[in-house]
Design a protein around this ligand. Structure first.
Ligand code: GDP
Ligand code: IMO
Ligand code: MG
Length: 433
């Protein structure tokens, strides 16, 4: 029996969706514990691509329970659209496969308006958010004026809470951001219109998972975003508004840390970032374009081109430490197939200093330049291989160097977006059994 957390080890889009889809085979419950529909997790089964924003990436497997934990923020409209999309494709035949914790905070229309208008007003200082209302929703959660999923199912409570909070929101929208106010009646009509369809999904993550674990189930936790976007440990203020690191799984689902057996960090064989903020190994040149084209690096949520750069070991070591990673899954190795040489950043130069630890101070990080080690490329198509041992020696050397630099074992190498394009070295679910 093992409970496993999957987290992004970079700035998001590392291929978490693909890895969760694969690991779901070994779990009975799959749980999202933070973030919202700022996430875009891509699953490719055969020739069919599915992008999930809120629903856990285990949903394509029949009979597996997918739980949206209390730490998530949920836009009911997006959630229902995602359900409809899945049902149309023949998935989610049984609604009891999906559960939403009652304490999930709702993304309201004013949160989305504030997110977008604030970014516009910030001009060059913007964060580059996804504009989905994530930050403003978490602000209200922490400010104790959030409206929760369970409130939506009690019309009088929903109306009362909205009535209490809306004057402040409209004052801010009109007076500070120069936007139009939100209509209370329109929100009530829209949101209560969703309520009856949502009722069947109401549940409680903490008690459900406690029972499941006691019954001997394996639970898989699916992080969204990435460690470097964490509200505490990321490149603040260029971060998202939730705890994206492994510890977030415990608060975001209501479980104790002693129940977690393995934490797997997903890392691309290079790095991408969407939105603003420091990115020491960024390539603003032809090589950056090459990586973007070869990796098809365009956002699964907003379609924005992703910034690209070489693998950053300093940043990866930060993810190993803050998450307590027990394994790394390396994805998109195939994207480097055609390169003569591959660079890896092993330290930063900051003025006269050589830094091996990721700086916490934004003013230092933004002025760091990477120190590279160059490794030979493999100039071979590795996406058709079926076992790790068949990989070219250059790839195996690259993997072993990453293990030595980070002190963390690489448990999987992904060589394409599909399920079968995956070379597993060890399985976190069977390791201890
Ligand atoms: P997530 O947000 O971490 O789930 O990642 P995204 O879905 O946003 O982005 C990862 C993209 O890379 C998706 O388009 C995946 O289908 C794709 N992908 C995942 N693993 C691999 C891989 O090993 N090789 C290639 N070429 N593509 C991959
Ligand atoms: P997945 O789960 C990549 C980034 C945004 C922006 C910052 C804050 O698919 O890996 P937000 O809307 O959260 O307030 O934006 O975080 N961001 C992501 N980048 N992948 C994601 O999710 C992201 N979710 C948010 O681009 O820089
Ligand atoms: Mg993504």
């Amino acid at each position: 029996m093992a409970n496993v957390i999957i987290v992004g080890a970079q700035w998001g889009d590392e291929g978490k969706g693909k890895v969760v889809d694969i690991y779901t085979e070994y779990a009975q419950e799959v749980v999202r514990f933070q973030g919202g529909n700022n996430a875009g997790h891509t699953l490719v089964v055969g020739d069919e691509k599915t992008v999930l924003h809120l629903i856990p990436s285990g949903i394509l497997h029949e009979g597996k329970r997918c739980i949206i934990g209390n730490g998530v923020v949920l836009d009911p409209k997006v959630f229902l659209e995602e359900i409809d999309g899945l049902k149309k494709k023949g998935y989610l035949k049984d609604d009891s496969q999906l559960m939403v914790d009652g304490a999930v905070n709702l993304i309201m229309p004013y949160h989305k308006m504030i997110d977008v208008a604030r970014e516009q007003k910030s001009g060059a200082k913007k964060i580059g958010t996804t504009g989905r209302g994530i930050g403003p929703t978490y602000e209200d959660k922490v400010g104790r004026r959030g409206i929760r999923f369970a409130d939506l199912l009690k019309p009088e409570t929903f109306k009362r809470k909205l009535h209490e909070v809306l004057p402040e929101k409209n004052f801010f929208l009109e007076q500070f951001l120069g936007e139009k106010p939100c209509s209370e009646e329109a929100i009530v009509e829209e949101y209560l219109g969703y309520a009856e369809r949502l009722r069947c999904y109401l549940g409680r993550a903490s008690t459900t998972l406690d029972k499941a674990i006691k019954a001997g189930h394996n639970v898989l936790f699916e992080g969204a975003q990435g460690s470097l976007l964490d509200i505490d440990h990321g490149t603040y203020p260029y971060v998202t508004s939730s705890s994206t690191i492994a510890a977030g799984a415990c608060t975001g689902a209501g479980l104790g840390p002693h129940l977690i057996d393995e934490v797997i960090g997903i890392s691309k064989a290079y790095v991408t970032r969407v939105g603003e903020g420091p990115f020491p190994t960024e390539l603003n040149d032809e090589m950056g374009e090459t990586l973007r084209a070869a990796g098809n690096e365009f956002g699964a949520t907003t379609g924005r081109p992703r910034r690209t750069g070489w693998l950053d070991i300093v940043a990866l070591r930060e993810a190993v430490r803050t998450n307590g990673l027990t394994g790394i899954a390396l994805t998109k190795m195939d994207v480097l197939n055609d390169l003569e040489t591959v660079k890896v950043c092993t330290a930063y130069r900051y003025g006269e200093q050589l830094l091996e630890e990721f700086p916490q101070d934004y003013d230092v990080l933004k002025d760091c330049t990477p120190v590279y080690e160059e490794i030979p490329g493999w100039l071979t198509d590795i996406s058709t291989l079926s076992s790790y041992e068949e990989l070219p020696v250059q790839v195996i050397d690259y993997v072993e160097k990453i293990e030595a630099w980070t002190g963390c074992p690489v448990v999987m190498v992904s060589v394409g977006p599909r399920r079968n394009e995956t070379l597993m070295r060890s399985n976190p679910f069977t390791k201890k059994s």
